[in-house]
Design a protein around this ligand. Structure first.
Ligand SMILES: *[C@@H]1O[C@H](CO)[C@@H](O)[C@H](O)[C@H]1NC(C)=O
Ligand SMILES: *[C@@H]1O[C@H](CO)[C@@H](O)[C@H](O)[C@H]1NC(C)=O
Ligand SMILES: *[C@@H]1O[C@H](CO)[C@@H](O)[C@H](O)[C@H]1NC(C)=O
Ligand SMILES: *[C@@H]1O[C@H](CO)[C@@H](O)[C@H](O)[C@H]1NC(C)=O
Ligand SMILES: *[C@@H]1O[C@H](CO)[C@@H](O)[C@H](O)[C@H]1NC(C)=O
Ligand SMILES: *[C@@H]1O[C@H](CO)[C@@H](O)[C@H](O)[C@H]1NC(C)=O
Ligand SMILES: *[C@@H]1O[C@H](CO)[C@@H](O)[C@H](O)[C@H]1NC(C)=O
Ligand SMILES: *[C@@H]1O[C@H](CO)[C@@H](O)[C@H](O)[C@H]1NC(C)=O
Ligand SMILES: *[C@@H]1O[C@H](CO)[C@@H](O)[C@H](O)[C@H]1NC(C)=O
Ligand SMILES: *[C@@H]1O[C@H](CO)[C@@H](O)[C@H](O)[C@H]1NC(C)=O
Ligand SMILES: *[C@@H]1O[C@H](CO)[C@@H](O)[C@H](O)[C@H]1NC(C)=O
Ligand SMILES: *[C@@H]1O[C@H](CO)[C@@H](O)[C@H](O)[C@H]1NC(C)=O
Length: 755
C-alpha cells in the first residue's frame, strides 16, 4: 500500500491532461463534446456547426459552418441534439440583418486540449474558449483593419434534421444592453430528444473592450431549426427572434459570460465570482487543467508509458465526467437542501458500466447524485431514467434508476442518503403506472416520460403483451429493476417485499419460449400475448420505440437478466451450449451476413463477452472482451464504436483496462485480465486498489491469459470477487499472465441470486 501512495504523490505533479485527446470519438457517431468544460460543469462551451442534413449532437462536426459558439451542450448522446443555447458568433464588417440564420465558414481544423478550444473562421477571426463551472470566457482576435462584431442571437439552438419531431425550438426571450456595455437576458426553448416543455436559461455577458456600437434587433419568422416537425403539438412558430450585435475596433476582444437557471442576476454572479473582470484567459485554462488533474485524472495512475494506452486511459476518464451536470443551487423548480444533478442521458446506457465506476472514482459526488435522484422523486413523483433541461424523459426500457440505487445500496453508499425514501422512490417505479401525458408519438401506447408505463401487464400477467411497445425488452429490464428492489428491501429488513420482488425479478422467464430456434439454438425471450407466444425471428426482430425489442435483438436480450444466470443457463441447455451460443455471437458471418451478432456499438450487449465467467470459461471472457477493446476502440476522432452516450462507451473500455467487470445491483465483480503491469486507483479516504501483473506485454495486446491471481496477498481461485474484497477498504490484485489459457479457476461460480 505504501508504494501506491508514493506513486500517486509523484503522479499528482504530472500533467495528465497531456494524454487527453478532446477530439477522440467526436466522429463516426461517437458524438463526444470537444469544447471547454470542468468536471460535471454546467457550462460546456464549444462550437455549433451547421451542415444541412446532419445533426450536430454535441454541437461539433468536422465539417460545416459555425452558427455559434455556445455555452450549453450534452456529451456523446444520440437521438437528437439538445441545447446549443446561449451563443456568440464573431462576424466581420457591416452586418445588416443579424437575425438571418448567419453561419460563417471555417478556416482549417479546430484544435483543443483540456479546458481550451480554438477555431478560426473563414473571415480570419480566431476564437479561443475556456470555461469555469458556471461561466465561460471567449477570446477573439479579429483581423486588423476590419470591424469585428460579436452577435448574440438569443434564438440560437442546435437544430435536428432527422424528421422525427425532436427538433428544439426557440420560444421567446429578451436581451438588455446596460450602460456599462454588459448584456443580460433570457431564452426560452422546448423539445429536443426528451420532448421537453418550455425551459428558460438566463445569461449575463461582459466585454473587456468598449464597443464602438451596440444594437439590439428583433425579427419575426419561422423556426431557427431546419426541421418542420409536425409531430410536436405544443410548439409554435409565433415568436420574436431577438439578439444584439456588438462592434469593436480593438483586434483582441475578451468576453466573459455566465449562465443561470434562476435569474440574470445569478448569471452575473456566476461569471463575476468564477471569472472576475480582468481575469487572464490563460489562468482560466490553467485552473481547468489543475481541476481535471486533481479531481479526475489522478484517480488512476499507471507505470505504463505507451502513449496509445495512456491516451485511451485518460481520454476515457475525461469523457465520463462531463455529465451529469452538478446543478446544486441552480434548480429552477424547487428549493431543497439536497444536491441537484441533471443531464442524465441516460441510465439505460449508464447502469451497466458507468455508475459503478463513478462510485469508485467519485464517491463524494456519487453520494450527491444518489441524493439528487431521490429528491427528484420527492418533487416530481418519479426518479428519472433520463433527464435534461430539468425534465424527466425519455424512458427507453425499465426504470433503471432502480438498478443504480440498488448498486449504490449494496456497495455501502450511505452518508446523507435517506434510504427509506430511496426505497419509496423505487416502489413508486415498481407499483404506480405513470400517466400517459404528454403523449410520445413514437410510442403512443404508454408514457416515455418516467416510471414503468407497461406496469399494467407486468402486474397483471407477469409479462408484457404487445399492447405495449418495446414489450420484450421492457420486460427483461423490469425484471432486473425488480431485482434491485429485492436487494434494497432485503437490506432494509423488509422481508415480505424482498420475497415479492425476488419472485417478480424472475418474470423475464415468462417471455422465454423454449421452442423458438435461431441458428440451431433453442430458447429465446419472445413477444407474448394472453393466447401464447407470438412468432418472431430472434435474429432480425430488433427495432425502435414502437417495436417489441428496442435497439437490440433477442440474441442480446435473452442474456439480459444476469441476476438469474444459473436458471438462464439451464434454460439454454447447459454450460456447453451457452459457451457455443456466446461463441456464435462473436463469430464473423455466423448470422449469414457480415459482421458479428455481438454489436459493440450499443449498450444492451455490454455484458456479453464477460458472461463466459458464469460457465467456467474465464479464458474466453478474457480473449473475447480484449478483442473488442483492442479492435473496436482506438485513439483518434473515430475511436468509439458507437455513441459515447454520456461516457458509457468509455467506461466499458476502462473496466477492460482495469481487469474487472461490475455486475450492477450486486457486489460481484467478474475477473478478466488487466492491461498494465501496474495500475493504482485512488478510492478516496486514503484507500487505494493496486492492480499489478507480470508475464504480460504490459499493454494488454498479447500474453493476456490469467495464470494465477492473488487477492490481498492470498491465492485466489474464483473468477469473481466482491466489493468488500478490494473496494470497501482498498486492496491488491496480483495477476500472473501468460500466452496460453489455463484453467486457473476452481472455485465457486459467480452468484445467481434469483436462481
Ligand atoms: C431561418 O431558417 C428558418 C428555417 O429553415 C427559415 O424558415 C427562416 O426563413 C430563416 N430565416 C431567414 C431570415 O433566412
Ligand atoms: C459555409 O459558408 C460559405 C461561405 O459563406 C458558403 O459558401 C458555404 O456554402 C457554407 N457551407 C455550408 C455547409 O453551409
Ligand atoms: C425575460 O424572459 C424571461 C423568461 O421568459 C422572463 O422571466 C423575464 O421577465 C424577461 N425579462 C424581461 C426584462 O423582459
Ligand atoms: C451600448 O448600449 C448602452 C445601453 O443601451 C448605451 O448606454 C451605450 O452608450 C452603448 N454603447 C455604445 C458604444 O454604443
Ligand atoms: C400566431 O399569431 C397569430 C397572430 O397573433 C395568431 O392568430 C395565431 O393563433 C398564433 N398561432 C399560434 C400557433 O400560436
Ligand atoms: C503501444 O500500444 C499500442 C496499442 O496497444 C501498440 O500497438 C504499440 O505497439 C505499443 N507501442 C509500443 C512502443 O510498445
Ligand atoms: C456540486 O455543486 C455544489 C454547489 O456548487 C458544491 O457545493 C458541491 O461541492 C459540488 N459537488 C461536488 C462533488 O463537487
Ligand atoms: C389490449 O388493448 C385492448 C384495447 O385497449 C384491450 O381491449 C385488451 O384487453 C388489451 N389486452 C390486454 C391483454 O390487456
Ligand atoms: C396473440 O397473437 C397471435 C399471433 O399473432 C394471434 O393470432 C392471437 O389472436 C393473439 N391473441 C390475442 C389475445 O391478441
Ligand atoms: C457448469 O460449469 C461449472 C464450472 O465449470 C460447473 O461448476 C458446473 O457444475 C457446470 N454445470 C453443469 C450443469 O454442468
Ligand atoms: C488521509 O491521510 C492524511 C495524511 O495521513 C490525513 O491527514 C487525513 O486525515 C486522511 N484522510 C482521511 C479521510 O482519512
Ligand atoms: C478448461 O476446462 C474446460 C472444462 O473442463 C474445458 O472445456 C476447457 O477446454 C479447459 N480450458 C483450458 C484452457 O484448458
Amino acid at each position: 500500500m505504501l508504494t501506491g501512495v508514493v506513486l500517486m504523490a509523484a503522479a499528482a505533479a504530472e500533467d495528465l491532461t497531456q494524454h487527453v485527446d478532446v477530439f477522440m470519438g467526436t466522429e463516426n457517431g461517437g458524438n463526444d463534446f470537444p469544447g471547454a468544460v470542468r468536471p460535471f460543469g454546467m457550462v460546456k462551451l464549444g462550437p455549433d456547426l451547421y451542415l444541412s442534413g446532419t445533426d450536430a449532437y454535441s454541437g461539433y462536426l468536422p465539417d460545416g459552418n459555425f452558427s455559434g459558439f455556445s455555452m450549453m451542450h450534452e456529451q456523446g448522446t444520440g437521438g437528437a441534439p439538445k441545447y446549443g443555447t446561449v451563443s456568440q458568433l464573431p462576424l466581420i464588417g457591416d452586418i445588416t440583418d443579424p437575425l438571418s440564420n448567419i453561419t460563417v465558414s471555417r478556416s482549417g481544423t479546430d484544435t483543443g486540449s483540456v479546458g481550451y478550444y480554438k477555431a478560426e473562421t473563414g473571415d480570419g477571426v480566431e476564437v479561443e474558449l475556456s470555461a469555469s463551472k458556471r461561466a465561460g470566457i471567449y477570446r477573439y482576435n479579429f483581423p486588423s483593419g476590419s470591424t469585428g462584431n460579436v452577435l448574440v442571437d438569443v434564438s440560437h439552438v442546435l437544430p435536428s434534421s432527422r424528421g422525427q419531431g425532436l427538433s428544439q425550438h426557440y420560444r421567446g426571450g429578451n436581451i438588455t444592453v446596460f450602460s456599462d456595455g454588459h448584456y443580460e437576458g433570457a431564452g426560452v426553448y422546448d423539445n429536443g430528444w426528451n420532448e421537453a416543455p418550455d425551459w428558460t436559461i438566463y445569461f449575463c455577458g461582459y466585454f473587456d473592450s468598449a464597443a464602438t456600437s451596440n444594437k439590439t434587433y428583433t425579427a419575426t419568422g419561422a423556426d431557427t431549426s431546419v426541421e418542420q416537425d409536425g409531430g410536436f403539438a405544443s410548439s409554435s412558430s409565433n415568436y420574436t427572434r431577438i439578439g444584439a450585435l456588438f462592434s469593436f475596433s480593438d483586434s483582441e476582444v475578451i468576453s466573459r459570460v455566465g449562465i443561470s437557471w434562476i435569474s440574470p442576476e445569478k448569471a452575473c454572479n456566476n461569471v463575476n465570482s468564477e471569472i472576475p473582470e480582468d481575469t487572464e484567459f490563460e489562468s482560466v485554462v490553467d485552473d481547468a487543467v489543475n481541476e481535471w488533474n486533481t479531481e479526475v485524472l489522478s484517480k488512476i495512475t499507471t507505470t505504463n508509458t505507451n502513449e496509445t494506452s495512456l491516451t485511451l486511459l485518460y481520454t476515457s476518464l475525461y469523457f465520463m465526467h462531463l455529465i451529469p451536470t452538478n446543478q446544486t443551487g441552480e434548480n429552477p423548480y424547487w428549493s431543497s437542501s439536497e444536491p441537484y444533478y441533471q443531464d442524465i442521458f441516460t441510465f439505460w446506457d449508464l447502469f451497466r458500466c458507468s455508475t459503478a465506476l463513478m462510485q469508485i472514482l467519485q464517491p463524494t459526488s456519487y453520494e450527491e447524485q444518489i441524493r439528487s435522484l431521490i429528491d427528484i422523486w420527492r418533487n416530481v413523483g418519479y426518479m428519472p431514467d433520463a433527464r435534461s433541461s430539468n425534465y424527466n424523459g425519455r424512458t427507453q426500457g425499465g426504470s433503471n434508476a432502480d438498478n443504480v440505487l440498488a448498486d449504490a445500496y449494496v456497495k455501502g453508499v450511505r452518508g446523507s442518503v435517506n434510504w427509506e425514501d430511496g426505497y419509496k422512490a423505487m416502489v413508486k417505479d415498481a407499483e404506480v403506472t405513470p400517466v400517459n401525458w404528454p403523449i410520445d408519438w413514437m410510442a403512443p401506447d404508454s408514457s416515455t416520460h418516467d416510471g414503468r408505463s407497461a406496469l399494467p401487464d407486468w402486474l397483471e400477467y407477469g409479462y408484457i403483451t404487445p399492447n405495449f411497445s418495446r414489450a420484450v425488452s421492457r420486460a427483461v429490464e423490469y425484471a432486473y429493476n425488480d431485482f434491485g428492489l429485492y436487494q434494497v428491501a432485503s437490506g432494509l429488513g423488509k422481508t415480505d417485499d424482498a420475497e415479492k420482488y425476488l419472485n417478480r425479478s424472475r418474470n423475464w422467464r415468462n417471455h422465454w419460449n423454449p421452442e423458438v430456434t435461431s441458428l440451431g439454438y433453442s430458447g429465446f425471450v419472445v413477444p407474448r400475448n394472453t393466447t401464447g407466444f407470438v412468432e418472431t425471428d430472434p435474429l432480425t426482430d430488433s427495432g425502435y420505440w414502437g417495436d417489441p425489442y428496442y435497439e437490440a435483438s433477442s440474441w442480446a436480450y435473452s442474456f439480459a437478466d444476469v441476476h438469474d444466470m444459473e436458471h438462464m443457463i439451464e434454460l439454454m441447455g447447459g454450460n456447453a451450449t451457452v459457451v457455443s451460443r456466446l461463441d456464435t455471437m462473436f463469430t464473423e458471418g455466423a448470422s449469414g451476413s457480415s459482421g458479428t451478432i455481438f454489436d459493440p456499438t450499443n449498450e444492451p450487449m455490454f455484458n456479453l463477452p464477460y458472461l463466459y465467467n458464469f460457465v467456467g470459461r474465464q479464458d474466453l471472457a478474457v480473449s473475447r472482451s480484449r478483442k473488442v477493446a483492442k479492435e473496436d476502440y482506438t485513439t483518434g476522432v473515430s475511436g468509439l464504436p458507437g455513441n459515447s452516450d454520456a461516457g458509457a462507451m468509455q467506461t466499458w473500455l476502462l473496466w477492460n483496462m482495469i481487469g474487472l467487470y461490475p455486475i450492477t445491483g450486486q457486489t460481484t465483480f467478474l475477473i478478466h485480465s488487466p492491461w498494465f503491469e501496474s495500475m493504482t486507483i485512488d478510492l478516496g479516504s486514503n484507500k487505494t486498489l493496486q492492480i499489478t501483473s507480470t508475464g504480460g506485454d504490459g499493454n494488454g495486446d498479447s500474453d493476456i491469459y490469467v495464470q494465477s491471481l492473488k487477492v490481498n496477498g492470498q491465492a485466489w481461485k474464483k473468477n469473481w470477487l466482491t466489493w468488500d474484497d478490494i473496494f470497501a477498504e482498498g486492496g491488491t490484485l496480483e495477476f500472473e499472465l501468460g500466452a496460453s489459457a489455463v484453467n486457473w479457476t476452481t472455485g465457486a461460480l459467480p452468484p445467481s441470486p434469483a436462481s
